[in-house]
Design a protein around this ligand. Structure first.
Ligand code: DHB
Ligand code: FE
Length: 282
């Protein structure tokens, strides 16, 4: 059976891509953010995942407000990037893993998740930028991906409880995949931020730190909040932290725990509180 080796999470602010492109990683503004990654690069060099299941939110590239699936699973052989152009130049297509995609799709539908299956799927900065952050030496990260898009754009959003259940079901499905490959789960987005409206620039450090702590010690903590409570606490776009919840839920399985490999929290990049986290299953 496939091995679920652990989870990764990072913010996906497009401006980070611009900084990578211009080589600004050591500038005073950027260094405290990029300094969060080298311990995770070392760990990835050791554990070497073959496939990454990515929980991310599409920002209007692949799904727009007229048709917005709550959960969509990619089942393509490759995923092309066609970003909105704020940050990193368009990246080469990322290879998919259709065998794991279809296994996940079958298992999720059997567990009553009404997902959209996507045999063609464009991916934006939320799916591409994290691979530049976690595998900076590679033009294309040495992994195959299965993207899972969770709506955090058009209300009503899925509840935190539902997202947690989805993550758990994805974790169980990965573990029942008949394969020798090593799989990691990844979350992209957050932490607290609000890009528009009267509260533009809103950041909530206390909530973010509590949420980060819950990732280690109390993974279901954030499921107590409704979508509007999450907006109040984390900002309109801070609800992207739902991806982190799905990633963490995927790592919960009876009798096993997680070890924190590394985390970092830095305010602000752009208008956003940034976080990065790596957890290893034990
Ligand atoms: C920013 C953050 C996001 O999550 C995003 O998708 C776009 C922009 C920002 O902080 O600039
Ligand atoms: Fe975003």
């Amino acid at each position: 059976m496939a091995q679920l080796i652990g989870g990764l999470a990072t913010s996906h602010i497009p401006a980070i891509g611009g900084a990578i492109h211009k080589g600004l990683q050591n500038e005073p503004y950027w260094k405290p953010f990029f300094d969060g990654f080298p311990p995770i690069h070392q760990w990835l060099g050791k554990v070497k995942p073959d496939v990454v299941v990515v929980f991310y939110n599409d920002h209007g590239l692949n799904f727009f407000l007229d048709k917005m699936p709550t959960f969509a699973v990619g089942a393509a052989a490759t995923y092309s990037n066609a970003d909105e152009g704020w940050g990193i130049p368009t990246l080469p297509p990322i290879p998919g893993c259709p065998d794991l995609s279809w296994h996940l799709i079958r298992e999720l539908i059997a567990k009553e998740f009404d997902i959209v299956t996507c045999q063609e799927m464009l991916v934006d900065h939320a799916c591409t930028l994290p691979f530049k952050l976690f595998w900076p030496e590679h033009a294309v990260a040495p992994v195959q991906i299965v993207p899972i898009s969770i709506n955090t754009v058009q209300f009503p959003l899925p509840t935190a409880k539902r997202v947690y259940k989805l993550g758990k079901a994805v974790g169980e499905a990965i573990r029942s995949w008949n394969s020798n490959l090593r799989v990691a789960v990844m979350a992209t987005g957050g932490l607290s931020h609000q890009l528009d409206g009267e509260r533009a620039g809103f950041i909530n450090k206390q909530f973010d730190l509590q949420f980060l702590d819950s990732m280690e010690t109390n993974p279901e903590w954030a499921t107590q909040f409704t979508d509007l409570e999450l907006v109040e606490k984390a900002g309109t776009q801070g609800v992207e932290l739902l991806m982190w919840l799905a990633m963490r839920a995927a790592l919960t399985v009876a009798g096993s725990g997680v070890r924190k490999v590394h985390s970092n929290y830095h305010i602000p990049i752009s208008n956003t509180a940034t976080g990065v986290l790596a957890l290893e299953t034990v």
